[in-house]
Design a protein around this ligand. Structure first.
Ligand code: NAD
Length: 471
């Protein structure tokens, strides 16, 4: 496609979405609910096609796709449909006595036209979960799936217009050129999920239109471990959290901090858990994923030289396979001076175990770095749990478990600092894609406003001083 065709095509798509939004069609609650049902139908009626696309893009097994992509989105839709009316109904707001007589309410209104830019690692869920919130809030939506999950991208480009209102929900496929062109347009909200580098491009483009953004980013999510009594159970939860989707999960445990004496038993226990879940040779397991592309595969294989491979380390560029791998490091090193595996988000099946002296040293290590998206603490000590919760900042925390903090629609999901801004899921999604507008009415009876209007006599001055607490 030539640059000018691309430009006019994208500009026209966004302009038409805006025109449709202005008709008010997307504000109607019955429309919103109907669109959510249609999205559920899209997922259930095309399940095999979607599973096939996920298998082709990421070697994702049908069961894993069901658990982490399709099933989660379906329950998100059901939860949203169940509560939507209550979430968006106008609420009476209290006013201070000084404003009486008057009344106020909060009206939840849609923002307008929303752009959703999705990544490749959970290409279904991370495209559709923001869509659920945006539709529920009554917006028109432009979806930009990741070009790095091409089968999923083309599947949704084909299915979305068949199931959803085609003037309200658009899919624009493509990579950098198309996204750059999209970002030139004025949106009322941009919801971006992906890496921090591109997030800066998105934020800069949004600034040009004063468009609010949600940035769902990543980073290194650390783990603290000292729970010897539950070693095998912890290892199983860690192995699952880390190696699901071949480690390509934004909230996957990135690396483990533990005391030196625990490195060997933990390594052994995680190795046993991996073997139990994916067999002696994960390459043969139908349940183990592949790295998304050659560039990421080469990057991950490069990390193996940053420490000692204590388990796994098998790789094959032709099939983009990298086995579940545990890497031993001598120590955490100073911030900014560690090997690449300790400085960059790993985003793959390489799990460093790093000895530190104590939980306090681990907290210092975490606090000296960018705020993570997730922090995981596996300990039998309530004091240690509280130490991490109170003295470190992260998007969310998992105690004795990984990943689950992102799975409940009643909890906001998002980062803080370098791991992102804004949050969503359940009612938080509706809040993200809405404006809560205060509407105040003051009738003409008992016109107390006269007391704050000129001319300011000494009596009015006394009243003003009393109301503001000045003497
Ligand atoms: P990606 O490469 O698919 O990029 C994400 C989106 O950005 C794509 O739609 C892509 O087309 C677009 N894009 C890429 N380059 C661009 C450019 N120069 N200008 C404009 N748009 C551009 O995905 P990714 O960034 O590799 O995803 C992995 C990262 O995302 C990791 O850091 C991970 O932690 C993070 N992530 C975060 C979450 C979350 O919910 N917080 C979820 C998944 C992934």
């Amino acid at each position: 496609m030539s640059t000018s065709t691309l430009r006019t095509g994208i500009a026209a798509t966004v302009a038409d979405a805006r025109e449709y939004f202005r008709t008010g069609a997307t504000r109607d609650l019955a429309w919103r609910s109907g669109q959510l049902s249609a999205l559920a139908a899209l997922l259930t009626e095309n399940r095999p096609t979607i599973e096939q696309a996920l298998w082709q893009d990421l070697h994702k097994s049908a069961t894993e796709a069901q658990i982490t992509e399709i099933g989660g989105t379906l329950s998100d839709i059901a939860h949203t449909r169940r509560h939507l009316r209550r979430w968006v109904r106008p609420r009476r707001a209290r006013l201070p006595l000084g404003l009486a007589p008057a009344s106020a309410r909060l009206v939840t209104e849609p923002l307008g036209v929303v752009l959703v830019i999705a990544p490749w690692n959970y290409p279904v869920q991370l495209l559709l979960a923001p869509l659920v919130g945006a539709i529920a809030a009554g917006n028109a939506v432009v979806l930009k799936p990741s070009e790095l999950a091409p089968q999923v991208s083309s599947t949704f480009a084909e299915l979305v217009p068949k199931y959803l209102d085609p003037r309200a929900v658009r899919v624009v496929e493509g990579g950098v050129d198309e996204t750059t062109e999209l970002l030139r347009q004025r949106f009322d909200h941009i919801f971006y999920t992906g890496n921090g580098q591109v997030a800066k491009i998105v934020l800069r483009a949004a600034a040009g239109h004063l468009t609010p953004v949600t940035l769902e980013l990543g980073g290194k999510s650390p783990v603290w471990f000292d729970d010897d009594a539950h070693l095998a159970q912890v290892a199983r939860r860690l192995a699952w959290g880390k190696f699901t989707n071949a480690g390509q999960t934004c909230i996957a445990p990135d690396y483990i901090l533990t005391t030196p004496d625990r490195v060997a038993p933990l390594t052994e226990a995680i190795a046993a858990a991996v073997t139990e879940m994916w067999g002696e040779d994960a390459a043969q397991s139908p349940d183990y994923g592949r790295i998304v592309n050659e560039r990421h595969h080469a990057r991950l294989v490069g990390y193996l030289a940053d420490g000692t491979v204590a388990f796994g380390g098998r790789h094959d560029a032709a099939t983009r396979y990298l086995s579940p791998t545990i890497l031993h490091l001598d120590g955490p090193g100073a911030a900014g001076e560690g090997p690449a595996v300790m400085e960059e988000e790993i985003f793959g099946p390489v799990l460093p175990i790093v000895p530190v002296a104590s939980p306090g040293a681990a907290v210092d290590h975490i606090a000296a770095r960018e705020k993570p998206l997730a922090l995981y603490v596996f300990t039998a000590s309530a004091a240690t749990r509280e130490l991490f919760v109170a003295e470190s900042s992260s998007g969310g925390v998992g105690l004795d478990v990984a990943l689950l903090q992102a799975g409940a629609p009643s909890l906001p999901f998002g980062g803080v600092g370098a791991s992102g801004m804004g949050a969503y899921h359940g009612e938080y999604s509706v809040t993200t894609f809405s404006h809560r507008k205060p509407v105040l009415r003051k009738g003409f009876a008992l016109d107390a406003l006269r007391f704050v209007q000129p001319p300011f006599t000494s009596a009015k001055r006394r009243i003003a001083a009393k109301r503001t607490g000045a003497s």
